[in-house]
Design a protein around this ligand. Structure first.
Ligand code: F3S
Length: 496
């Protein structure tokens, strides 16, 4: 039996990392010169590598920054560092997470009032170093309850937490500090995103036989997720799918997957794919072969091209009363070659080719068979919208990776807000044209055309709800409307 895999809903980029990346990419797309980040923008090697390919790199200690864009990362920096950059004429872009900025403001306020400030966090972590800069000579880092025991007491103190701190550690440490100081102003500055991620990890670990935690080896919040999961079940922390050892899953049924705040969706998706493959491998030779066969057909776009050809034949069966299998076969080949070659094409070409190929495939044939122009036009529009929906939703699967790598696919160009509107529009066109075809060609097979818009609506909801990391299932789901439309039309043909 394959594994039951559950991916945490909170896995992947947090709000602060997403915002920092968006800012950086906005500058990258707007400017031509090199862009520099002060330290690694996030703790993830794959993202840093992709950014490096786009001339976004870490600032070197003795590098001339005059006129260069320098991004201050989500962890924030000390006020001194900011001043030095300003004095060297750098164009500063502040991508400090708003939640970190709030903690900096608290530290600054209490340090100015003369309070000693204790930061419960990791010594040497960029965020903690930044906070120390705001505390001046009043700051002190305490890593946990054991370190708190060593503190000398006093009259008053301000206590904050590193935003990715574990709540339990924070509470225990504060309890000890309170015993040592007469007056303690404590601020639970652990960010909500971190808290929710940690709680979900705890729950998932309790319900799983094994936990896989994905994230950079220097990522403090990923390490913490591992520490939370490890007492509850067999756990492993990896950077990417290549770090998975099949032996780790021996005698395992339920696998939980979570990831740190700077882990991109495509890395999590690769890990889930690999766990699936290991699960089928453990299930025996035949299921393993079948899995790889389905995977090959789907990932090579063959199921899509064949489905599109079947959908085309079904449409022709409705409007021209013959399936035109020979044309469908040619289309299968054309669509397949185009899609495997055309992956990541310029969106204008991608869009233009979809429309041109669909119209070229439908209109002349319909006209040759002397069909009413309204039926011809509806059939062409139906097919174009069906193809466009598949193309668009498929590109939505990779939108995060494409944005970082600089690919200009349609969802990247249109932006997150437009995705529901564009999908809604193409699905509505599909629905409207299928209704027109049903009215003008009132035969039972025509009702089969309704399968595509209805299933595409499901695909859309599925993709919006599901995270981006379900490659195989998502691709199969996207191919479904073509296959089911063809099936429905042919089943209904038996009744006509
Ligand atoms: Fe900000 Fe919390 Fe992420 S502090 S950077 S949203 S983990």
């Amino acid at each position: 039996m394959p594994f039951q895999i559950r991916v945490a809903e909170t896995a992947g980029f947090c709000f602060g990392v997403r915002k920092a990346l968006d800012k950086l990419l906005e500058i990258r797309n707007r400017t031509h010169g090199p862009v520099r980040t002060l330290g690694p923008l996030i703790h993830n090697e794959q993202v840093l590598e992709a950014l490096k390919n786009r001339s976004v790199d870490e600032l070197l200690p003795d590098e001339d920054v005059s006129g260069k864009h320098v991004i201050l990362r989500a962890h924030g920096v000390t006020p001194d560092t900011r001043d030095v950059l300003k004095s060297r004429d750098a164009v500063i872009c502040d991508a400090t997470c708003p939640k970190v900025a709030q903690v900096q403001a608290i530290v600054k306020k209490y340090a100015q009032k003369g309070y000693p400030v204790i930061i419960i966090g990791d010594k040497g972590h960029a965020e903690v170093d930044g906070l120390l800069g705001y505390a001046g000579d009043r700051g002190r880092v305490v890593t946990g309850p054991a370190a708190a025991e060593m503190l000398e007491g006093g009259s008053r103190v301000c206590v904050v937490a590193q935003t990715t701190q574990d709540l339990q550690v924070f509470n225990e440490t504060v309890a000890i500090i309170k015993e040592k100081f007469d007056e303690c102003f404590e601020f639970n500055t652990i960010c909500d995103a971190t808290y929710e991620r940690q709680e979900e990890t705890r729950l998932l670990a309790v319900q799983s036989d094994a936990m896989v935690i994905v994230g950079g080896r220097n990522s403090a919040n990923t390490k913490r997720l591992y520490e939370i999961a490890a007492p509850h079940c067999r756990s492993v922390m990896i950077q990417s799918a290549s770090g998975l050892d099949p032996g780790f899953f021996k005698d395992v049924r339920r696998v939980g997957v979570t990831a740190g705040a700077s882990t991109p969706a495509w890395v999590i998706r690769d890990v889930v794919d690999r766990i699936h493959a290991i699960g089928w491998q453990h299930s025996g030779r035949l299921p393993d072969r079948m899995y790889h066969c389905v995977r090959f057909l789907t990932m090579s776009h063959l199921t899509w091209a064949a489905g599109a050809a079947m959908g085309y034949a079904a449409l022709m069966q409705v409007v021209a009363e013959r399936p035109l299998w020979n044309v469908a076969l040619i289309m299968l080949l054309l669509f397949w070659i185009w899609r495997i070659r055309g992956h990541r094409l310029n969106p204008h070409i991608d869009l233009g080719l979809t429309v041109a190929a669909s119209i070229a495939a439908v209109l002349p044939l319909i006209i040759a068979t002397k069909i009413h122009p309204a039926i011809s036009a509806s059939a062409a529009l139906y097919f174009v919208s069906m193809m466009l929906t598949r193309l668009f939703l498929n590109d939505c699967l990779n939108v995060q990776a494409d944005r970082i790598a600089g690919y200009r696919t349609l969802p990247v160009l249109l932006g997150d807000r437009c995705i529901p509107w564009v999908s809604g529009l193409t699905i509505t066109v599909m629905l409207a044209t299928s209704v027109v075809l049903i009215v003008m060609k009132p035969v039972p097979p025509a009702y089969g055309l309704l399968a595509a818009p209805i299933l595409n609506l499901y695909c859309f909801r599925f993709l919006m709800r599901q995270p981006e990391w379900l490659t195989l299932r998502a691709n199969l789901t996207l191919d479904m409307p073509f296959w089911f439309t063809a099936l429905s039309v042919y089943i209904l043909s038996w009744f006509s």
